[in-house]
Write a protein that binds this ligand. Structure first.
Ligand code: 3H9
Length: 707
């Protein structure tokens, strides 16, 4: 065996007649400059050796290659480029085989498509997830995949961003062979390469494969383009993907590659790419919290939920789905029966949709123990309270928990506003008490605010993060304040929206502007969906402590006073005739808004969608900066992730704080100062924002993330 190190990230050696190139760039074998250089050199070396009959590319670790090194985007490019590497692999005069284990994603799949023969281990996954990063395949993927899969299938595959398993990849034509043995990628690849050599199989380049049915393909692409424009309005890269795939039909291969490169560079330069890659890193970074240094999680082998309402049941389902045994405790038999129905109807819905079987439901519910006896909480490792949102009620529950739960059990509250320090003080074990703020529906929504009161022990915080991972949630660490990160900031920008409504923007104009910004729904639609009574109850609770100098808009109260709580009552800000889920503007609501304006002597003025969003976002960012300065959010990225996963903030903008950096903090501050002329109490600039602007810094400087 002859060894030759091309570079530390890529090594190569000859094994009989096969030149084995191994990529080793932990953690995910991303295609850094060193890997690209190493691959390029290793192919040349293998090709030059007369003893070598074929080349095999494999990787160390559980991932084949996760794609381009995302950390390099936005930095000056270092040659060779990935397209050059893939073209060099394809140009090799000796057959090149890849053996795929784990994920071959993005550029990793493109390396495989540059090779002549593709073998996959049964656990391999191939995909082009570039679209999720605001990108498109940029190393031949849009030209080679259509030649292997067919044009329409390739376009759909790349637009979806979803990886497929080895067998689906085989069926789609992306790989040639799936091993059915338990061989390693190296051994399976060697066997395959030697078999090809024994049969004298020649090189086979994807670029030489003709596109089938080009006429039909072009008309299918036109339909897809219309669909895509409708399904992902405002997104930059999906239409570029279609343009590049179209080139695979219309242009010679090399011209198609050049166009793909140009379109790819356009995506790289787009703010959407920056926003989506920020989101990618931010959602991984959120779990890096101070408590994780040094503390080990407590064991959670069983979980209990107190309360079987929408929230409690959703949490129970999330925990059951994570494989945990779950006890649900309710105060009486009727409430418990409702809780059981709330849990079982989730699984029944999944059966109706064909997502799970009766047997799956039965196996899951075998781990579900409903009870009306508090003593049944004694064995639980972690208890989540999801009862009525009232401090005294919650304190009483925690007092009881203290009496029945075993020592070391984690005691969590799902409160969305209340003072968790006060709740913890109702027990003799405040070190075990933490906030786990789920978002409704708790079995679906990804966000979990992990609210850290002052006396909690670090291992309880780490346990909460571990539980979030098991439940496939995105956890964000938050400090204790009214509303934590999300609802605190929400209160502020909803107030800005209320002021605009009273000053002249209709609820429908506000919603339309917010949707045009990229949200799936506007704030009034969200209120109607969640139930107007929820916010109304909070407003009534807070009435006594509201700053008497602060402007208060009563429009939503007037709507609630009529019993119009949104979709569930058929009427809210919108009309929902006969149970419709999409609302229609309601002239009566507009009349009520007018009446409120008249009552306060306000002459309505018009707002452009741009002004609506400037005010909405300025309020969000200003309150975000205050939450940061108060230590409620650890970093700007924690606010971004909260809004991406809990509040429908458009992902391509990266989150509110990333958006603020994109617009420029000085511009946001200038807006706030201008708005403060009308209402200096509400529009008080956050001192942190002023400081960053004075220092010429941005929020990213507080994140320490790759840009
Ligand atoms: C592309 O390929 C463009 C080309 O078409 C054209 C070019 C010309 N780069 O997710 P994990 C880091 S675009 C750099 O926790 P898992 C990640 O940040 C790319 N770093 O592991 C984390 O770092 P840390 C298309 C990357 O096992 C660590 O690796 N490819 C990259 O749960 C572990 O990651 C994609 O979009 C990268 N490409 O999941 C695939 N990927 O430890 C993106 C990951 O400091 N990656 N890191 O927090 C993934 O989907 C998952 O990472 C993967 C592993 C499924 C591979």
């Amino acid at each position: 065996m002859e060894h030759d190190n091309a570079s530390p990230a890529v090594t190569s050696h000859r094994h009989g007649r096969v030149w084995v190139i191994t990529v080793n760039n932990p953690p995910v074998n991303a295609l850094s400059a060193a890997v690209r250089l190493g691959l390029f050199a290793a192919i040349e070396q293998g090709e030059a050796q007369p003893e070598v009959g074929a080349v095999l590319i494999v990787s160390e670790g559980k991932t084949f290659i996760a794609g381009a090194d995302i950390r390099e985007f936005g930095k000056p490019p270092v040659p060779p480029s990935l397209p050059d590497v893939c073209n060099r692999i394809e140009a090799c005069s000796k057959p090149v085989v890849v053996a795929l284990q784990g994920a071959a994603l993005g550029g990793g799949l493109e390396v495989a498509l540059g090779a002549h023969y593709r073998l996959a281990l049964p656990g391999a996954k191939v995909g082009s997830p570039e679209v999720d990063l605001g990108l498109m395949p940029g190393a031949g993927g849009t030209q080679r995949a259509p030649r292997l899969m067919g044009v329409k299938a390739a376009a759909e595959f790349i637009l979806s961003g979803k990886p497929v398993g080895a067998h689906a990849a085989l069926e789609a034509g992306l790989v040639d062979h799936v091993t059915d043995s338990s061989l390693t990628a190296l051994d399976a690849g060697l066997a395959y390469a030697n078999e090809l050599l024994a049969q004298g199989t020649p090189v086979r380049r994807v670029r030489d494969i003709a596109i089938t049915n080009p006429e039909i393909a072009l008309s299918e692409l036109s339909v897809l383009a219309q669909d895509t424009a409708k399904k992902s309005p405002g997104l930059y890269s999906p239409l570029k993907i279609l343009e590049a795939v179209r080139a695979s039909v219309e242009l010679p291969f090399d011209e198609g590659l050049s166009l793909e490169r140009r379109l790819f560079m356009g995506c790289i330069d787009s703010p959407q790419r920056a926003g989506l890659i920020h989101a990618f890193f931010a959602e991984r970074e959120v779990s890096k919290v101070p408590e994780a240094r040094g503390a080990a999680p407590r064991t959670v082998a069983s979980l209990a939920v107190i309360g079987g309402g929408t929230m409690g049941a959703g949490i129970a389902v999330a925990a059951l789905d994570a494989g945990l045994p779950v006890t649900m405790v309710e105060r009486d038999a009727d409430s418990l029966a409702r809780g059981i129905v709330n849990v079982t109807k989730v699984y029944d819905g999944l059966i109706t949709k064909g997502r799970i079987t009766e047997a799956h439901k039965a196996a899951t519910l075998a781990r579900f123990r409903p009870s009306t006896n508090f003593a049944d909480l004694a064995a639980a490792d972690l208890v989540i309270e999801a009862v009525f949102e009232d401090l005294e009620v919650k304190k009483a529950v925690f007092h009881q928990l203290d009496a029945v739960c075993k020592p070391g059990a984690v005691l969590a509250t799902n409160t969305s506003y209340l003072d968790i320090d006060a709740i913890a003080a109702a027990t003799r074990r405040p070190q075990d008490v933490i906030g786990l703020h789920f978002f409704s529906p708790a079995n679906i929504m990804k966000l979990l605010e992990i609210v850290v009161p002052s006396r909690v022990s670090p291992d309880v915080v780490v346990t909460a993060f571990e539980l979030a991972k098991r439940m496939k949630k995105v956890p964000v660490r938050a400090g204790v304040c009214d509303g934590f990160i999300g609802n605190r900031i929400l209160a502020s920008y909803k107030q800005a929206a209320d002021y605009m409504m009273e000053d002249g923007a209709s609820p429908y104009e506000i919603d339309a502007a917010v949707r045009a910004f990229g949200y799936p729904m506007g704030p009034c639609q969200v209120t109607d969906l969640a139930g107007g009574d929820i916010g109304w109850a909070t407003r009534k609770r807070r009435a006594a402590t509201r700053d008497p100098r602060a402007r208060y808009v009563e429009i939503a109260d007037r709507i609630c006073e009529r019993g119009w709580f949104g979709q569930k009552t058929g009427r809210g800000f919108y009309l929902y005739p006969q149970g419709a889920r999409t609302g229609q503007p309601d002239p009566e609501v507009l009349a009520m808004v007018d009446a409120e304006r008249a009552k306060k002597g306000i002459t309505p003025r018009s707002f452009t969608p741009e002004e609506i969003m400037r005010r909405y976002m300025a309020a969000m960012v200003n309150e975000g900066a205050k939450a940061l300065a108060d230590g409620i959010a650890l970093r700007p990225l924690d606010i971004d992730v909260t809004f991406l996963y809990g509040y429908g903030f458009p992902r391509f903008r990266g989150g509110p704080m990333k958006y603020a950096d994109t617009v420029g903090l000085a511009n946001i501050l200038a807006d706030i100062r201008a708005f403060a002329q009308e209402d200096p109490l509400f529009w008080q600039p956050a001192p942190l924002l002023e400081k960053l602007v004075a220092e010429g810094q941005d929020f990213a400087s507080l994140n320490q993330l790759p840009s």
